[in-house]
Design a protein around this ligand. Structure first.
Ligand SMILES: Cc1ncc(COP(=O)(O)O)c(C=O)c1O
Length: 490
């Protein structure tokens, strides 16, 4: 399929890379050598725990919108978007302008949690975007800069408010990498949370999926809470993502979300919704809770709210605000540049109806990806909400999972992480950056900026289709991208 190079937005003020500008083979060679030197030093010096850098051996030097340019002069369409952080793509002019304004104003950059006009403007804009019934009684705690810290703060808050300790969390969840957040995440092994089934159509634990599968999960939740011998005491809170991102792009049905709200409200269990990845228009509404219309007790927000810079907050109903001064302190809770960038981003998404655009573009992309899945049986499932999209790669020759009635022929085939990794590599060799996630890393994820144009959308889909086709035909085994010079993970 065609690779629509013209859809790539020019990068940086000068457009071309150093190598391309000189037009000389020598300059291109030097750029390539610099790129490789940086990657070599990274792998020699940085931790074995590094992640994205392994599968994406690129050295970004310039970026604008959807496009990143590497030190070697290659350009990429970036559908990773800082793991869903960049609602407006890289270096959006309104974000740069907001940051410059703070820098030029002489305002202090470090203020702990003191009041500033920049912070005041951020809080005002944030509250303006929140679901009105939630905003009416909302309080905000500025946290350390990462989403995981806001998750920790939310747990601390509900524990202080309820006097209870336990937490309910879901299979497949991802809430971050600090101790409490990790414990609530699906991959945890040493846990004190009670784990509940998250609804999923494709690999439904009850084998039926849909609203009915979700309802069975809700009933299990109820029975666990009401059975005095379940071994699960009434917890301090329940936490879930409206769409599981790292878990494999799994949207919770709205009816299930409303059931969770009823179940927790009836038992005075604070409901924490983790909107770190789903917030700021990503799923087709400003906040993903708007799809179901529920009012949570606590919302955890990060990623896009900082307009590409680190910022995390927990927002909650005022009657939960019983923790003590200093209960969640931290030196870096007052990032003025992130607040300014965040204010500009929130306002831009709101004023330009980008959530609605994410819904429209996302639906169109998913429709086209479903056509691709019909052509290539290695795509087992296409799912998502708005511009949070996933393709689950499966082994088309593998045995289908048996269905409970034994009659329905099409249970899911085994996950195929090696095919997903191959698609990611083939995408990279075609200048497209995608993320992997999900159980066994078998889901290719697309998280483009909400500002993606129609032309860019076609370019992304063309490249992805081309990559899937290459993998389905086994090209990845023969040449790992061959003439295009694909790089495998290091
Ligand atoms: C839903 C969700 N919660 C929390 C986090 C943790 O955020 P951070 O990586 O900023 O700590 C993430 C990160 O991907 C996330 O997707």
């Amino acid at each position: 399929m065609a690779v629509t190079e013209s859809a790539v937005v020019p990068v940086g003020a000068h457009g071309e890379s150093e190598g391309a500008r000189d037009g000389g083979a020598g300059a291109a060679e030097r750029a390539r050598a610099a790129h490789e030197g940086i990657l070599r030093r990274q792998s020699a010096r940085e931790s074995a725990a590094r992640t994205y850098a392994r599968a994406l051996p690129i050295v970004p030097v310039r970026a604008r919108g959807l496009t990143i340019e590497g030190a070697d002069g290659r350009r990429y369409l970036d559908c990773l978007s800082g793991a869903g952080t960049l609602a407006l793509g890289h270096n959006h002019p309104v974000v740069l302008e907001a940051i410059r304004k703070v820098l030029d104003s002489g305002a202090p950059l470090h203020v702990l949690d003191l009041a500033t006009p920049v912070k005041d403007a951020f809080t005002t804009e944030l509250f303006r975007t929140l679901p009105p019934r939630f905003a009416e009684r909302a309080r905000v705690q500025f946290c350390g800069p990462a989403g995981t810290d806001a998750v920790e703060a939310a747990f601390k808050l509900v524990r202080a408010a309820t006097g209870r300790t336990g937490m309910l969390a879901f299979t497949g969840a991802y809430h971050g990498m600090t101790a409490g957040a990790l414990e609530a995440s699906g991959g945890a092994t040493d846990v004190r949370v009670a784990r509940l089934p998250y609804p999923q159509d494709y690999r439904c634990p009850f084998g039926i999926g849909g609203e009915r599968g979700a309802e069975l999960g809700a009933r299990w939740t109820e029975s666990l809470l009401d059975d005095t011998k379940s071994g699960v005491p009434i917890p301090a809170g329940m936490i879930f993502e409206p769409v599981q991102g790292e878990g494999g792009v799994i949207p919770a049905p709205d009816a299930w979300t409303r059931r969770m709200r009823e179940i927790t409200a009836a038992r005075s269990i604070p409901l924490i919704v983790d909107e770190v990845q789903t917030g700021v228009g990503r799923t087709g509404t400003f906040w993903a809770v708007e799809h179901s219309g529920i009012t949570p007790d606590v919302m955890v927000l990060s990623k896009a709210i900082g307009g590409s810079l680190p910022l995390a907050v927990v927002v909650y109903r005022d009657d939960l605000d019983v923790w003590q001064p200093g209960a969640h302190a931290g030196t870096f809770r007052g990032n003025q540049l992130a607040m300014a960038a965040g204010t500009a981003t929130l306002a831009y998404v709101r004023e330009h109806g980008l959530a609605e655009r994410a819904a429209t573009v996302g639906a169109r992309m998913m429709a086209q990806l479903r056509c691709l899945a019909a052509e290539f049986p290695c795509i087992g499932d296409v799912r998502g909400r708005g511009l949070m999209i996933g393709l689950e790669l499966v082994d088309p020759e593998g045995p289908p999972h048996p269905t409970p009635d034994g009659l329905t022929p099409d249970g899911p085939r085994p996950a195929a992480p090696e095919l997903a990794a191959a698609v990611q590599r083939e995408c990279l060799s075609r200048g497209l950056i995608v993320e992997l996630g999900g159980r066994r890393s078998s889901v290719v994820r697309l998280l483009p900026p909400l500002t993606i144009s129609d032309e860019q959308t076609s370019a992304v889909l063309d490249r992805l289709a081309d990559a899937v086709s290459a993998v389905a035909q086994g090209e990845h085994r023969r040449g790992r991208g061959g003439a295009r010079g694909a790089d495998g993970p290091r």
